[in-house]
Design a binder for this molecule. Structure first.
Ligand code: GCU
Length: 441
């Protein structure tokens, strides 16, 4: 009797938990593979004239920029082609950070144009055990640099920050109590111990994440450019954040502690979408990692699984260009899908990470996008994605296109970071002396 009782209790708990997993996602969307509609993806290897691309050179010289333009015009928007004035100021450095294992630098990047100014703060940790120049992970953060680690020397962001009383953030300003609140997502010591530097910046330093008609962040510096855009393809915030990542790259090239040939860009969720777009636009990023990026990131839009184009445009009207709204409930007429975004990163290594409970971000749709980017990676002479089948939990695929799905929810975990570092170890050539001989070939 007791046994039966215990069994029903377990069953009840299991059912409750399963419901919780499903109800944690917004309701009224597709979460069942059986409900995914039939769809046909555009082929990244078909030219605008309908011819099949057979040669790597044709991809590199023509097709890549054709597809890049489609994403600019229909999804993320066009980015201004001129830069504002940029100055770097080393605000602070620490020789013995993280219990003596790292050096720390904090740099103000000051942008100015037409009497408008913007300052963004870059935080860098460099490993002390290994000799430089160091390979580096670059990523934007959600709550200010001070949120990634309790290190009391980290400057507290004075930009607009989303309120989060649990993190001590009220009146849209970060306070000392937000130090380290996001450290679970940034295993700084582990990154340093594995010989990588870490460079991070608050994404709101570039563009605060709310819809204000592009009046704040970097936008005032480009008012006249924005006003003169003839169509609805002006950049949204994802493009502005990706632009910010490229400005970090501009700085890293000037820093002799950093090996600018070994820069990996990493982002989670909306910043995972941003990392992919940054990697697609800017070929100086040697490796791209996108974690739980979902709709508008690595997930195929045509599957309508989890978050849809209509829902993302309605909830986050400032993320994409206005023209992207044309594809609300009309994904089939998009001239691109997200496998083509991944293909734009080829032949550079790209890693797509997902989580089982994060159905909103469509783990399978991200795998399929990786799979459909594979022909472009193969054309360019890499091994592409080393499987046709979605792998089980915690069995990462480590080919030039990498992929994993882990148990758990929408988050960045130590498991994720360990796989990112394994992937970087494989592809970024951790031994600089080998790199030199490769360079000669
Ligand atoms: C929302 C949004 C997603 C996004 C996520 C995030 O869930 O719908 O598209 O990825 O926020 O950035 O946290």
């Amino acid at each position: 009797m007791m046994l039966v009782h215990a069994f029903s209790l377990c069953l009840f708990t299991f059912i409750l938990l399963s419901c919780a997993i499903v109800t944690a996602q917004p309701q009224g969307f597709i979460y069942d593979e059986a409900d995914v509609p039939d769809y046909t993806l555009p082929d990244p290897l078909i030219s605008p004239k309908g011819k099949r691309i057979q040669k790597p050179q044709t991809w590199i010289k023509q097709q890549r920029s054709y597809i890049l333009d489609l994403f600019r015009e229909h999804v993320y928007g066009k980015t201004p082609s001129t830069l504002p004035r940029v100055e770097y100021e080393l605000l602070e450095k620490g020789k013995n950070a993280l219990n003596g294992s790292a050096r720390r630098k904090q740099i103000a990047i000051r942008f100015s144009k037409d009497n408008h100014h913007l300052t963004a703060l870059l935080l860098i940790y460099l490993p002390k055990r290994q000799a430089g120049p160091h390979p580096v992970f670059v990523g934007l953060n959600f709550y200010g640099n001070q949120s990634i680690h309790p290190d009391s020397a980290i400057r507290i962001s004075d930009s607009w920050v989303r309120n989060n009383p649990d993190y001590g953030i009220t009146d849209n300003r970060a306070t000392p109590s937000s130090r380290g609140v996001r450290q679970s997502r940034w295993p700084v010591e582990e990154i340093i111990n594995r010989g990588y530097a870490l460079a991070t910046m608050y994404y709101g330093d570039i563009d605060p994440d709310y819809d204000d008609g592009f009046q704040n962040g970097i936008h005032p510096l480009y008012h006249s450019w924005q006003q003169n855009q003839p169509d609805s393809s002006t950049w949204g915030s994802v493009s502005a954040w990706a632009w910010g990542l490229s400005r970090i790259m501009d700085y890293l090239i000037t820093d002799s502690d950093i090996d600018s040939g070994r820069v990996a860009v990493m982002g989670h969720s909306r910043l995972g979408k941003t990392a992919l777009w940054a990697g697609a636009r800017d070929e100086r990023f040697a490796l791209v990692i996108s974690n739980n990026s979902g709709c508008g990131g690595a997930a195929l839009s045509r599957r309508h699984f989890g978050e849809t184009v209509k829902r993302i445009n309605n909830h986050f009207p400032h993320w994409f260009c206005d023209r992207f709204n044309r594809y609300n409930d009309n994904e089939e007429s998009l001239p691109v899908d997200q496998h083509m975004l991944i293909a734009l990163i080829a032949p550079r290594p790209v890693y797509i990470a997902s989580a089982k409970e994060d159905l909103w971000a469509d783990p399978r749709g991200k795998f399929l996008a990786a799979l459909h980017a594979d022909p472009v990676y193969k054309l360019l002479g890499t091994n592409g994605l080393a499987t046709d089948n979605m792998p089980p939990l915690k069995q990462p695929i480590m080919s030039t296109i990498g992929y994993h799905i882990r148990p758990g929810k929408h988050d960045v975990t130590k498991y994720d970071w360990n796989r990112f570092m394994d992937f970087a170890d494989m592809h970024l050539n951790p031994n600089p002396s080998e790199k030199k001989s490769n360079d000669k070939i």
